[in-house]
Design a protein around this ligand. Structure first.
Ligand SMILES: Nc1ncnc2c1ncn2[C@@H]1O[C@H](COP(=O)(O)OP(=O)(O)OP(=O)(O)O)[C@@H](O)[C@H]1O
Ligand SMILES: [Mg+2]
Length: 325
């Protein structure tokens, strides 16, 4: 890198000194005719010139060496700066590449989530259609047959005692009750009515109670919020996130206790689901193959919120949801 040259030994001044010495030798040897005074003056003059020239040469040399040293130092500094800058650029480049990869991964996850939601919706329709067909259809057919049988018994054949008729009507009424319950259940799966009738807070509480009744996992609901004014979209999102978090507890946690807390802080709704199970691992938190956690995060993101999932082996899992209200 260093391109500054050190001064060479044969500079013009050196050549001049050599010339003067040659001249002096010429005067000394070639002019014996000159008298001694003239020779002394000539020597003196030439001597002074030689000293001046040597001093100049010496100074010049020092100056050039100093310049060469400065240039060398500057060059080294420049080299260092170029190396540093190259290192910074390489780091920035690596960061950018990682960000691009992250973004591509996120896009791919979203694409997979969209496809998954599409097929989940399709599956849900099939399930609901089957429930309506198998459960309601079967019940209605049974009720119709019962009624036809009753009608036949009343209008013709051997008359039956009012007691027997009442028993038969009561059996049919049970079938009607079953049908009503099934219809409620299906409607609830489609959209929990409590959400519209009671508001989010009570709907969440109801969901936690339902969860405990269904799974027998001791479940607690703690809320510092009395009444929450939230639009239907946000309410549905929070409700579905809780459902998914609780489903995960039942499926994966091996927990014996769940605590759900609801708070409002600085115009942010905070929902936390903590279980005392085996604890989710970091790999599972950032896994890309399942859609439950991904779906939760997406639901929160839509409203500018987020979902934080943390777990420690043997210390359970916490799902913390934050949604601006
Ligand atoms: N409360 C929990 N305790 C322990 N592990 C959990 C908990 N919740 C989730 N996990 C782990 O994290 C993984 C990802 O959860 P996620 O809800 O995304 O997927 P999933 O429940 O397996 O499938 P689905 O897409 O049907 O929800 C689970 O497979 C499970 O291993
Ligand atoms: Mg899940």
């Amino acid at each position: 890198m260093n391109s500054i040259k050190r001064p060479s030994a044969l500079t013009p001044s050196t050549l001049l000194v050599l010339g003067v010495l040659a001249l002096l030798a010429g005067v000394y040897f070639g002019a014996p005719a000159l008298d001694s005074a003239a020779r002394a003056v000539a020597f003196l003059l030439v001597g002074v010139m030689v000293i001046i020239l040597l001093m100049r040469e010496f100074t010049e040399r020092r100056r050039m060496e100093a310049a060469a040293d400065t240039a060398h130092t500057l060059n080294e500094e420049l080299d260092e700066r170029v190396t540093q800058r190259t290192r910074q650029l390489e780091a920035a480049n690596r960061k950018l590449a990682a960000e691009i990869a992250d973004r591509e991964r996120a896009t791919e996850q979203l694409r997979l989530l969209a496809a998954h939601l599409q097929s989940a919706r399709e599956e849900e329709r099939i399930t609901i259609a089957r429930e309506i067909h198998d459960e309601i259809g079967t019940l209605m057919t049974a009720i119709k047959m019962d009624l036809a049988y009753l009608s036949k018994e009343i209008t013709g054949g051997t008359p039956k005692s009012p007691e027997t008729l009442r028993e038969e009507i009561s059996a049919t009424t049970k079938l009607v009750d079953n049908a009503i319950r099934t219809v409620h259940q299906i409607a609830l799966e489609l959209r929990p009515a409590v959400l519209d009738h009671l508001g989010l807070r009570s709907a969440l509480e109801w969901q936690v109670r339902e969860f405990q009744a269904r799974t027998k996992i001791e479940s607690e609901f703690v809320s510092t919020v009395d009444h929450l004014q939230l639009d239907p979209e946000r309410s549905t999102a929070v409700f579905r996130i809780l459902q998914e978090a609780l489903t995960n507890v039942a499926r994966h946690a091996h927990a014996t206790h769940v605590e759900v807390t609801l708070q409002e802080q600085d115009r942010q709704l905070m929902l936390q689901v903590h279980d005392n199970g085996r604890g989710i691992s970091q790999e599972q938190v950032s896994g890309t193959r399942q859609f439950g956690l991904l779906g939760m995060r997406e639901r929160a993101h839509i409203f500018g919120g987020d979902v934080l999932v943390q777990g420690a082996p043997g210390q359970g899992t916490t799902v913390a949801v934050r949604i601006p209200v």
